[in-house]
Design a binder for this molecule. Structure first.
Ligand code: ASP
Ligand code: MG
Length: 407
């Protein structure tokens, strides 16, 4: 008998009808001979509704009380789902995070899970019950309710799967898996059958926002097989798992892009020790996160220094940089908000040379100028002009034959 953790997101439980549909799906998995733990999100829109209520009574609501408030969203769903399961003739019992001892630190609004005691859940499962747990929440050592950050129900599900040594953690959502790139941009994007944790982390952080990133990190650490699948359609979805040396690995598994970046350059900086620090120090102190960084080879004792930040931080970053320019006596600053980052991701590139040059050749053939390049073991990212984003993604998708991947 397999133990499966299933997580249903906000849209999947967005109405009473949908909750009844989820109950049917859960009942079906149970009847197939599995033990089932279900984790649910708040009904769609509910967490935002609660956030707005708080804003109406307070300018700066206490984070502790915020957690008490937000955790109620999931509490509604667990009760309704259990009722729907009873209606379908199943034995089911609901618990809040605290009730099943999901112990977290005390950082309200973004707590981290420290420990889970699976005893109670196990004994309910043994007794033939389906166990329904509220996602997104836990309890600190003093018994205060905590929440895990937006999208945190994914992390609850993975953490429970790890603690219970489940054979799989299934994340049911409104997409039917992880795609080679955004299907809204490339119509022949394909659903991937499998992908490694590492690849998923790269794709997620680059904008393929299917899962809370922390849940993937958690799954990777505890080797929990994680499957993303649709709650509305049948299908196997995408399995996220460890790299399998025997598995025939596609060279590239996906193309991610990020439209939220902006680029800044300090021109004619004195080429001396400590300069990079004197540029990025003030940026960091202004709480601006830096993504890519490039420093050119110095000529005549000066150099150019370029980096990218989130577009929302662009104006502020330019201001900070102007101060730095004056301090360092650099020649000028320049900036560009109309750029995007495009990345090829694939564990297969580890063992294959020439991926980068094929990528650059493809972009060159389309007349796309590359403004910045950075690489890691399983990723090559380029910064290009925003207007070439679609062209670039489509060209690369076809060069690397991502439309041929069989799902
Ligand atoms: N309800 C929470 C949110 O909207 C947690 C979750 O859905 O995963 O972020
Ligand atoms: Mg979610």
């Amino acid at each position: 008998m397999a133990l499966i953790v299933q997580k249903y997101g906000g849209t999947s439980v967005g109405s009473p009808e949908r909750i009844s549909k989820v109950a049917e799906k859960v009942a079906k998995s149970y009847r197939e001979g599995n033990q089932i733990v279900v984790v649910v999100s708040a009904m769609s829109g509910e967490t935002n509704r609660l956030l707005n209520l708080a804003a109406e009574v307070s300018d700066r609501p206490s984070l502790r009380e915020m957690d008490v408030l937000l955790s109620t969203g999931e509490q509604v769903t667990i009760a309704l789902l259990c009722m729907a399961l009873h209606q379908a003739g199943m034995k089911a019992i609901s618990y809040t995070g605290g009730q099943v001892h999901i112990l977290t630190d005390n950082v309200h609004s973004k707590a981290r899970i420290k420990n889970i005691d699976g005893k109670k859940i196990r004994s309910d499962l043994e007794a033939g019950s389906i166990v329904v747990v509220a996602g997104f929440q836990g309890m600190d050592e003093s018994g205060n309710i905590t929440t895990l950050g937006r999208g945190g129900s994914d992390t609850t599900a993975v953490a429970l799967a790890a603690a219970l040594k489940a054979s799989e953690c299934q994340i049911y959502t409104d997409v039917d898996g992880v795609y080679t790139t955004d299907p809204r941009m490339v119509s022949d994007a394909r659903r991937l059958k499998t992908i490694t944790y590492e690849e998923m982390l790269e794709l997620a952080s680059l904008g393929a926002k299917v899962l809370q990133i922390r849940s993937v990190e958690f799954a990777s650490k505890f080797k929990v097989p994680l499957r993303v699948l649709s709650s509305f359609e049948e299908g196997e979805g995408t399995l996220i798992t460890s790299e399998d040396k025997n598995m025939e690995q596609a060279l590239i598994s996906g193309i991610a892009f990020n439209k939220d970046e902006a680029k800044l350059t300090l021109v004619g900086v004195p080429d001396q020790p400590g300069v990079a620090h004197r540029i990025l120090g003030p940026i960091g102190r202004a709480n601006i996160e830096v993504d890519m960084i490039i420093q050119n080879v110095g000529v005549d004792n000066t150099t150019d220094f370029t980096f990218t930040v989130h577009r929302n931080d662009y104006v502020q970053a330019m201001e900070v940089l102007e101060n730095v320019r004056q301090e360092l006596g650099a020649a000028s600053i320049a900036g560009d908000e109309k750029i995007v980052k495009l990345s090829l991701v694939g564990v297969g590139m580890r063992s294959h040379a020439g991926i980068a040059s094929t990528m650059f050749e493809t972009l060159a053939n389309e007349g796309i100028n590359i403004r910045m390049i950075s690489t890691s073991e399983i990723k090559i990212s380029v910064v290009i002009d925003e207007k070439y984003l679609e062209l670039g993604v489509r060209a690369l998708h076809s060069t690397f034959e991502l439309d041929q991947i069989s799902a």
